[in-house]
Design a protein around this ligand. Structure first.
Ligand SMILES: [Cu+2]
Length: 170
């Protein structure tokens, strides 16, 4: 609670209250700021360099046919965006989830910042698998495909794991 605001809010919401009148000068200043920002992002971007580490798919304890995928998305290059996720499990759906307070909420896209590792974990952003068929028992291998706006598709080969008896490092 309270923390969920950080995901959606940020600097973009700040509004400039400029005095009326100096419109021409203001827009000139705005253009300069935009050009400077464009130059800055130019230096800090470049192509993303993404690798997926420690990916794990754990079946949900309570809900049938559900599993949570956690992983570290390591990016040694410029920023990218996750635009979709899918799986080869027949009939199953894969969705990005973020935490809104104590609840999980679906999210269409996930921003991947440049030169950072983003951790998908229990209690944070993760991938949710739902409507898995009965044949998907622990030990079944499957593939998860992540779609990145710039980096394209990345396939992750996973094996479905049982829910651990005790929750570990939540
Ligand atoms: Cu979830």
């Amino acid at each position: 609670m309270g923390k969920d605001k950080e995901i959606h809010g940020g600097a973009a919401e700040r509004k400039t209250t400029a005095p009326r009148g100096g419109r021409g000068r203001l827009s000139a200043a705005v253009i300069i700021i935009f050009m400077a920002a464009a130059l800055l992002t130019e230096c800090h971007s470049g192509p993303p360099k993404i690798s997926i580490e420690n990916a794990k798919a754990v079946m949900s304890a309570g809900i049938y046919g559900e599993a949570m995928v956690t992983m570290t998305i390591k990016n040694e290059g410029g920023a990218d965006t996750l635009t979709g996720v899918s799986t080869n499990i027949p009939g199953a759906t894969a969705t990005f989830h973020i935490m809104e307070g104590q609840r999980m909420a679906p999210e269409r896209t996930v921003d991947i910042p440049g030169r950072k590792s983003m951790i998908f974990k229990t209690g944070g952003s993760h991938v949710m698998l739902e409507n898995m068929p009965r044949s998907m028992a622990a030990g079944t291998p499957f593939t998860l495909t992540l779609n990145f706006a710039k980096s394209g598709q990345k396939q992750i080969h996973l094996t479905l794991e049982k829910t651990p008896a005790m929750p570990m490092n939540m």
